[in-house]
Design a protein around this ligand. Structure first.
Ligand SMILES: *Cc1c(COP(=O)(O)O)cnc(C)c1O
Length: 418
């Protein structure tokens, strides 16, 4: 199903050999498959075809404008968390009315910009944000369409750093606070409550917490209706998990069936904010082996990518498959690590892989939360990003240069003698 596949011994992205990409653009390099992105989006969208809905791709998972443009062309909406992401979506041809804006700390500038552009919905995460949105909208003489993000206090059963729907998390507000906010907004002239929102976490592989969240939300929707507050949409956030290793992700049909069943009599338009599901398995990180090294009992392959390029293993201890770009039977047990002076700078421990200096390997499932989380730690230039479409490869982000890194910095003026 994936567009990353072997043709005899050689690993390809769609119709392009990865070795050719390394030759042409260097390493480390992210490589994405247009077909895989489109397929994932269309599968998700079609899973809800019998139900009024909008899929708002979560930009933070991979915000390259080529990715956003591919999705905008398919009619996708977008879930943003900053003014910068809003700029990207607009540049990529996204439709403002299909944008929802999430996040606990939206600034005045960001709210103003989003109001001027006319986005579809503000997912408000606190009473203070509601007040601020009302006052900015009043100044601008517009009405802000909004939802309250509710924290349904369910355990998404995922890594603690990406669980967001527990009452001790910073996200959303409690049921009681939400009700108070809707009642308050009812009296506001410049905020129009059009929906309700939740997002309980990422890499969710069980239906149960999702269903619990839906019933919590629909229950609250009924309560609000009893106050005469009628909402148009329910935003269920993102979080649908993917397969990195041996996880059993929720099949899309099960996901949609369970949600529609849990909606019961409620006929609200549904919004979704998938990120990882759309791009996670549509990208790899291509890297070259620099050295092999044996330290006491352990054998290492030191590659030219590092934790600054892909931080998921260091940050979450996450497991990603690593495969040879040229298949070989001469495998050995190696730990794949980067060149940075941190023990956290690793990609994998004890993998059976054929790798000698100069060989290329691909770190799979790197399309989501990969490049977007990269940094310049150790003054390393951020990797190039390549999009493959059929038999062609396109550079959609050039490799950074040290000149570009230094452009924003300066030294103090020369010391002046008294
Ligand atoms: C991160 C995030 C998403 C996307 O999560 P995925 O697990 O990538 O699908 C959606 N909505 C909000 C509010 C988020 O913070």
């Amino acid at each position: 199903m994936s567009s990353f596949h072997y043709q005899s011994e050689d690993l390809y992205a769609e119709g392009v050999p990865l070795a050719e990409i390394a030759r042409k653009y260097g390493t480390p390099t992210y490589v994405y498959s247009r077909a895989d992105i489109e397929t994932a989006y269309l599968d998700f969208d079609q899973a809800f075809e019998d139900y009024e809905h909008l899929v708002c791709y979560s930009v933070k998972a991979n915000s390259n404008i080529a990715v956003l443009n591919i999705l905008a062309n398919l009619g996708a909406g977008f879930d943003i968390v900053s003014g910068g992401e809003l700029q990207r979506v607009l540049k990529a041809g996204g439709e403002p009315s299909k944008i929802v804006f999430s996040g606990v700390g939206k600034t005045e500038e960001e709210l103003k910009f989003a109001l001027e552009v006319g986005i579809g919905c503000f997912n408000i995460e606190s009473p203070a944000e509601l007040e601020l949105l009302q006052s900015i909208a009043q100044e601008l003489g517009v009405t802000a369409p909004a939802s309250v993000r509710v924290n349904p206090d369910v355990d998404a059963g995922t890594h603690p750093y990406i669980a967001t729907g527990l009452k001790e998390n910073k996200f959303g507000v409690s049921r009681d606070t939400a009700i108070a906010m809707y009642l308050k907004a009812k009296k506001m002239k410049h905020v129009n409550m059009v929906g309700i929102d939740c997002h309980i976490g990422s890499q969710i592989t069980e239906v149960k917490p999702i269903i619990e969240a839906v019933s919590e939300i629909t229950d609250l929707v009924d309560k609000l209706a009893s106050y005469g507050i009628m909402l148009e949409h329910i935003d269920l956030g993102g979080g649908l998990g993917i397969c990195y290793n041996d996880e059993k992700p929720i099949p899309l049909v099960d996901y949609s069936k369970a949600i529609i069943k849990a909606m019961g009599k409620h006929q609200h338009r549904l919004l979704f904010e998938p990120g990882r599901y759309i791009v996670g398995n549509a990208g790899i990180l291509l890297t070259k082996v620099q050295f092999l090294k044996k330290n006491h009992e352990n054998s290492f392959a030191i590659v030219d990518a590092a934790m600054n390029d892909l931080i998921r293993p260091a940050l979450y201890g996450s497991w990603q498959r690593i495969i040879e770009v040229k298949k070989s039977k001469k495998t050995r047990t190696l730990s794949i690590v980067g060149p940075i002076c941190e023990t956290a700078d690793f990609f994998a421990y004890g993998r059976e892989i054929a790798a000698k200096p100069g060989d290329l390997v691909a770190i799979e499932s790197a399309g989501a939360y990969g490049f977007v989380m990269s940094s310049n730690y150790n003054s390393r230039n951020r990797a190039a990003e390549i999009m493959v479409s059929g038999n062609k490869s396109y550079c959609v982000r050039k490799r950074e240069t040290i000149e570009q890194q230094l452009l924003l910095e300066s030294v103090l003026p020369a010391h002046e003698e008294a």
